[in-house]
Design a protein around this ligand. Structure first.
Ligand SMILES: [Zn+2]
Ligand SMILES: [Zn+2]
Length: 490
């Protein structure tokens, strides 16, 4: 009797399980089946992806609304230890269709080991630890692959929730034990994952959506894996990868983070900047950094040239400018052009209530930057929203009073950017430029355009103060260009 009774209970339980399987579970089971089976997915230990493609040069387009220019990506290789939560990713990116002053070929190496993110590079090819935010982004990035995503969804420590339909897609949210969440979209007819979305924080744009779309599935090591992966940040394609090899359970070697990287303190998301101003002339100071800023002292106010990189740098140069002449208010900031490394401190300047002087083609860019949502990381402007005060430059603008004269000129016929301003101080023969010339550049695509703009404006430049580099005489700058070109012809 007992037996019969138990059998009866089992039968009811099985029936209940059958009818009550949540749609989330069914969806993941179906996707796992379509990809080669849950057992094979869970048994996979490593995945090596090789390929080539294109990578969008984000934040560096010619005009704020133009399409991104593309790096050509070769030697792409991502080695993932699926169970260990580790990967290394390397690629070579080459600027073939646009000039890139720091050098047209760049080798990148990025790593993730649990909560430790790091990059390998620089002259010494040294590994350096990256911030917790980078580690978060890379953990999510690692989930932007059907194998990793379905593995995560099958993991009992993850939650799969919010089943819904989006057109021909079935969609769920997968949250790992660490709290990383991806949205997974599975095609209704093939049951294969077609897209994965997550959010990330961008220093300029704030909250962004990262979406990867998968296509062209092939058989690989007993599984079905995509050979086309296109990743967008909001509307911009940042990586379009054609996979030449998907190697399941290949030997990935030792891809643990180097011991010194693991031991190193986790750096903050943005560095803490210690700025030591250098006086360049009477009433003019340089605030040195990878991107120099310049302070001009007018009769009754101060004006800053450039708030680069990120909020932390923007706030640091604003504070340094104010400290130079505490008796005069800092009222305005000139932004050289719209490229992200030069505008990262723009929101800090808007939050400070400073008037932004910029090329007229930057108006809507500045407005939209000021309105972006920054919820993943709250910056000063998101805590106290303000409208941007913009003072646009049509072709040129004269900033002049009894104490100082600075002329701003739109830089014409420049391939690098259509929003570029250069600043000229007639009393010193001093030209301040961003990205036109810097002594550390590998190539000088904007040197002749700069000379032509100088000639067209009828100004006599005796000294160069670049945002990238040191103060030089016009002759020293010309000698640097000539010497580097002679050493590296073509
Ligand atoms: Zn630029
Ligand atoms: Zn630059």
């Amino acid at each position: 009797m007992k037996v019969i009774r138990w059998a009866h209970v089992f039968m009811l339980a099985a029936l209940a399980a059958c009818t009550q399987t949540p749609p989330e579970t069914k969806l993941i089971q179906g996707a796992a089946e379509a990809m080669g089976g849950a057992a094979a997915i869970q048994a996979a230990k490593t995945l090596v992806i090789e390929g080539e493609g294109l990578a969008g040069n984000l934040g560096q387009n010619v005009l704020p609304e133009s399409k991104l220019q593309n790096w050509e990506v070769t030697e792409y290789k991502r080695s993932t230890d699926l169970a260990g939560g580790r990967y290394t990713q390397q690629m070579v990116r080459t600027a073939k269709t646009f000039p890139f002053a720091p050098g047209s070929v760049q080798r990148q190496f990025q790593g993730l080991d649990g909560d430790v993110a790091y990059n390998v590079g620089g002259p010494q090819n040294a590994a350096a630890r990256a911030s917790a935010m980078v580690a978060r982004d890379r953990r999510l990035e690692a989930l932007h692959h059907p194998l990793a995503a379905i593995r995560a969804a099958l993991d009992p420590t993850s939650t799969v929730a919010s089943f819904r339909r989006e057109g021909t897609l079935q969609v769920v949210d997968v949250t790992t034990a660490k709290g990383d969440m991806i949205t997974l979209a599975i095609d209704l007819s093939t049951n294969l994952p077609t897209a994965i979305r997550s959010t990330a924080y961008n220093a300029n744009l704030g909250d962004v959506v990262i979406q990867s779309v998968f296509a062209d599935y092939v058989d690989a090591g007993g599984l079905k894996l995509p050979t086309r992966v296109q990743t967008k940040q909001d509307a911009d394609v940042v990586l379009d990868l054609k996979v030449s090899a998907n190697k399941v359970d290949a030997d990935v070697g030792d891809i643990a983070a180097p011991a010194d990287v693991v031991a190193a303190a986790e750096p903050p998301m943005f560095p803490v900047y210690d700025i030591k101003p250098v006086q360049v002339a009477k009433g003019i100071w340089m605030l040195p950094g990878s991107h120099n800023s310049v302070v001009f002292e007018f009769a009754d106010h101060l004006t800053l040239f450039e708030v680069p990189l990120n909020e932390s740098r923007g706030q640091a140069v604003i504070a340094a400018a104010k400290a130079l002449v505490p008796s005069k208010p800092l009222t305005t900031v000139i932004v050289s052009h719209h490229h992200f490394d030069h505008t990262g401190g723009l929101r800090a300047a808007i939050a400070e209530g400073l008037t932004i002087i910029a090329d007229r083609n930057m108006e809507s860019f500045i407005d939209s930057m000021s309105e972006r949502k920054h919820t993943i990381v709250q910056d000063a402007l998101s805590k106290e929203p303000k409208l941007a005060k913009i003072d646009s430059v049509e072709d040129q603008k004269m900033l002049k009073d009894d104490a100082m004269e600075v002329r701003l000129y739109h830089v014409n016929d420049l391939e690098h950017s259509g929003t570029m301003l250069m600043a000229f101080v007639p009393s010193e023969g001093l030209l301040i430029n961003a990205d036109l010339y810097g002594p550390g550049f590998a190539i000088f695509p904007a040197w002749e355009p700069m000379l032509k703009n100088i000639a067209d404006r009828g100004i006599k430049v005796e000294k160069h103060l670049p945002t990238h580099g040191v103060l030089q005489t016009a002759k020293e700058a010309a000698d640097v260009v000539a010497a580097k070109r002679a050493a590296n012809p073509g």
